[in-house]
Design a protein around this ligand. Structure first.
Ligand SMILES: Cc1ncc(COP(=O)(O)O)c(C=O)c1O
Length: 393
């Protein structure tokens, strides 16, 4: 194969760490094995039918042309209105921009703020894409260790990590991969600490609605305006409404930041699909219906979580705290490490080949010694997986 001179910015980015496990699993499946995949980062539910119908309605209305880069007026207005009704926020539609998924929202927010050589704080364990966006911008990821506080970030840890080079903190709560939720009061303290030091905050709220009571749903969009001047929210429809393939998300940020993001997006994706924006806008207007669809998914995730975590704790060598949100269990397998398994990836490999069960190694999330189990799959699969693991170690 001929070589290609990949640009410096892109060659600094690492490919997805979950890929090799997925390829190995596909190989086993081709050989006829019944492989249980617990790596999935997307809901196993279909998109609620009323949202699918709304997309068809958008098409029938002829919404097949370009929209403004910030999104249709009805889209930005419905986000602002929905948040106001749901959370009591007061941001304007001009502070909202549509994006092609939460991922593009994150890219837009980081690329418009961060300069080459800046430091960006990222608490561990982190979602794999955060450091790669930072690398793409030529900035440095500075990691905050949170194991001592059970993977729940606090304001003291943030204060200790801030230096004059710190430009931005990226927080994801509920967290992928840990499932932990930073309590609302602590989120406020963390963000206030950043603002005191002139550090911006990007809150990845992709799993916003998936916090299991008593854990609270918290969006930084509720913060007072003077604090929000330093904050951008990356939101997404992907997990909330089981719409991963639709590629739609949004940012909420002050007007100048939003304008910069829209400028960037106008030269890349332009905007997310027109009739998808329409469907999302109309769906948010039907708040009761949307929230009841979300509530049904949340209840099912909770049922699985409540079964899975105690079950995983019965597997030799597994330690697993109760996650308060998202749909992942983050299992500490360090007790199994030694002569037989050097690193957690070896444990994952053993599970793959001897129990035909695929999980994601924690090392890619900055947490060597841990494995991520997704429970965005059927109870039947979860039960089968635990059964296979019980006598494996
Ligand atoms: C923490 C986190 N943020 C953002 C995303 C991006 O999702 P999407 O681009 O589909 O909205 C994901 C997807 O897995 C995620 O886990």
């Amino acid at each position: 194969m001929s070589s290609f001179p990949v640009s410096e910015n892109v060659s600094k980015m690492r490919a997805s760490s979950t890929l090799s496990a997925m390829i190995a699993a596909a190989d086993l499946r081709e050989q006829g094995f019944d492989v249980i995949d617990l790596t999935v980062g997307e809901p196993d539910f279909p998109t609620p039918p009323f949202i699918r119908d709304l997309a068809v309605e958008g098409l029938a209305k002829g919404l097949t042309k370009y929209t403004p880069s910030c999104g249709l007026k009805t889209f930005t207005e419905s986000i602002a209105h929905f948040y106001q009704e749901q959370f009591g926020t007061d941001f304007a539609p001009s502070e909202v921009a549509a994006a092609c998924g939460g991922k593009q929202a994150l890219f837009n927010a980081v690329c418009t703020l961060v300069n080459r050589g800046d430091d960006v704080l990222i608490p561990k364990p982190y979602w794999v894409t955060f450091p790669e966006i930072v690398a793409f911008c030529g900035a440095n990821s500075v990691y905050i260790e949170t194991e001592e506080t059970d993977f729940i970030l606090n304001a003291d840890q943030v204060r200790d990590a801030i230096t004059p080079k710190t430009r931005l903190l990226i927080i994801n709560s509920p967290s992928n991969p840990s499932g932990r939720v930073v309590p609302a009061d602590e989120m406020r303290r963390i963000i206030e600490t950043c603002v005191e030091h002139g550090v911006y905050v990007l809150t990845d709220e992709c799993y916003l609605f998936f916090a299991y009571p008593p854990a609270e749903v918290f969006t930084s969009a509720v913060l007072p305006r003077e604090i929000r001047e330093f904050v951008a929210v990356a939101g997404s429809f992907s997990k909330t409404y089981a719409m991963t393939g639709w590629r739609i998300g949004y940012t909420i940020a002050n007007e100048p930041w939003t304008k910069a993001m829209v400028k960037l997006q106008s030269h890349s994706a332009t905007h997310p699909t027109s009739f998808v924006q329409y469907a999302c806008a109309r769906a948010l207007e039907r708040r009761d219906e949307s929230m009841s669809a979300v509530g049904a998914m949340l209840a099912e995730y909770k049922r699985r979580r409540d079964w899975l975590i105690p079950a995983l704790r019965t597997v030799t060598g597994f330690k697993c705290p109760m996650p308060e949100g998202a749909f992942y269990a983050f299992v500490d397998v360090r007790e199994l490490l030694g002569d037989r398994f050097k690193v957690s990836a070896d444990v994952a490999d053993h599970m793959l080949h001897n129990a035909h069960t695929v999980v994601t190694d924690g090392a890619g999330f900055g947490a060597e010694g841990f494995l991520r189990f997704s429970y965005a799959t059927s109870m039947e699969n979860l039960e089968k997986a635990v059964e296979r693991l019980r006598n494996l170690f």
